[in-house]
Ligand binder design. Structure first.
Ligand SMILES: Nc1nc2c(c(=O)[nH]1)N[C@H]1C(S)=C(S)[C@@H](COP(=O)(O)OP(=O)(O)OC[C@H]3O[C@@H](n4cnc5c(N)ncnc54)[C@H](O)[C@@H]3O)O[C@H]1N2
Ligand code: MOO
Ligand SMILES: [Mg+2]
Length: 393
């Protein structure tokens, strides 16, 4: 699986994406000497000895607002009213803030001498034309977008959002908003996975429900391939008579269906489909298994397609507040509610451990990771916590 080929995007569309060029600034910042204060541009030497008791009066020979380039010169013994961000007039070396003055328009009384150069922001003090301001592979967030805009970039070269097709398999599934018949349940997985993929930066096509019918699954997946950079299915990968996803995909692609030593999320599938070798994850159907599998396998894969390498999940160490047992030989991901306070991170389990138990999922914001060789976690034990809801734009 390789990162998607880069293309040029308008700056705002690049939010959350990975930069694919080194950015060199064509301009200096600031671009010109300008005032840091609303006040008066002066020659500091004119104000020697100025005090509240004995202010020095200067004639105001003009005014410069931000955005104006007035051809005014501050000669000795004169001043120009100036606003924050306005270009410094020739001749002036310092700015007196309006608070040190009586605010006069034609003539101003100044009660304090500024130090030489005070409140002047110098051309190029922030960065120089020709400076490299950003490295390729940077993930573009608000702070990076700020710098790109400030140096005048309207478009940047980034890797695109992966197009992700999400399919739920299962004859028992119905769309939310419709009536359930006997034995039927609402399809939550396609929503879970679509939401998670979109939040991770993908453009998502939620195809929804396909029956456990090999031909229907085959036709749907073949049809969807044209618009997919990645396909995610859920359900039908265990040992049931109607778990037909494996059978179909063996014909459509080169896919492995391993059992992974984790809980939830034991039955998994990953491989490539079609002539373009589109990657596909076949996640287990149990709702919590599907979600945890997304976090463990799909999120890093999306980041790789987007070019962010290597993917490093933010994890913290925290104290587990309630004890539980954990299966031997499987890495367990336990949904939890985590908070950080004076004592560091603390986590309580929510909603039970069964991979069908969805009720508590909405109250969780973390996963407690229990290593394969640990079979019991006691209240007060330290554990690794995965903080969920990482946003990438
Ligand atoms: N004999 C065995 N049975 C099972 C094993 C096993 O090792 N041997 N593994 C269990 C584990 S662990 C898991 S996880 C599940 C995986 O099942 P499948 O991937 O085959 O998924 P399904 O059978 O289609 O569904 C399982 C379960 O999840 C519900 N489901 C499915 N899709 C959705 C959806 N889109 N939205 C909400 N809920 C969904 C489905 O109704 C089933 O209850 O297999 C165990 N069995
Ligand atoms: O591995 Mo299954 O995903 O535990 O329920
Ligand atoms: Mg099954």
């Amino acid at each position: 699986m390789r990162p998607l080929p880069p293309f040029e995007q308008p700056l705002m569309e690049a939010l959350g994406l990975v930069l694919c060029e080194d950015v060199v600034s064509p301009v200096s910042l600031p671009g010109f000497d300008n005032s840091a204060m609303d006040g008066y541009a002066v020659q500091a030497a004119d104000l020697a000895g100025a005090s509240r008791e004995n202010p020095i009066a200067l004639p105001v020979v003009g005014e410069i607002a931000a955005g104006r380039a007035e051809p005014i010169v501050v000669t000795p013994g004169t001043t120009v009213r100036i606003m924050t961000g306005a270009p410094m007039p020739r001749g002036a070396d310092s700015v007196v803030p309006v608070e040190w003055t009586d605010g006069g328009a034609a003539r101003v009384h100044i009660a304090q001498q500024p130090s030489l150069g005070a409140s002047v922001r110098h051309a190029g003090e922030d960065l120089q034309a020709g400076d490299k301001v950003m490295d390729r592979d940077t993930v573009l967030g608000p702070r990076q977008i700020a710098v790109l805009a400030a140096v005048g970039r309207a478009r940047v070269t980034v890797r695109p959002r992966p197009r992700v097709v999400v399919v739920s398999t299962g004859a028992e599934l119905r769309e939310p908003g419709t009536r359930l018949g006997d034995g039927q349940i609402y399809d939550s997985n396609s929503y879970t996975l679509a939401a998670a993929a979109r939040q991770a930066g993908a453009v998502v096509y939620r195809v929804g429900i396909v029956d456990d019918d090999p031909k229907k699954i085959m036709d749907t997946l073949s049809d969807q391939l044209v618009r997919a950079d990645l396909v995610i299915t859920s359900g039908g990968v265990s040992k049931g008579v109607y778990d037909v996803v494996k059978e179909v995909l063996t014909k459509l692609g080169t896919i492995d269906f391993p059992e992974v030593a984790m809980q939830p999320g034991k039955p998994q599938g990953f491989g490539v489909m079609g002539d373009d070798e589109v990657p596909i994850f076949t996640l287990p159907g149990n709702p919590v298994s599907a979600y945890v599998s997304f976090e463990v396998f799909v999120r890093p894969a999306l980041r790789k397609l987007m070019g962010a390498m290597p993917y490093r999940r933010q994890t913290v160490q925290g104290v587990v507040l309630d004890g539980f047992s954990s299966p031997a030989g499987r890495r367990q991901f336990v949904r939890a509610s985590a908070t950080s306070g004076d004592q560091g991170w603390m986590a309580s389990t929510v909603g039970g451990h069964g991979s069908h138990l969805l009720g508590g999922l909405s109250r969780s914001n973390a996963l407690i990771v229990v290593p394969e060789d640990v079979t019991s976690v006691r209240a007060g034990d330290q554990a690794e916590l995965w903080l969920l809801d990482e946003e990438t734009g």
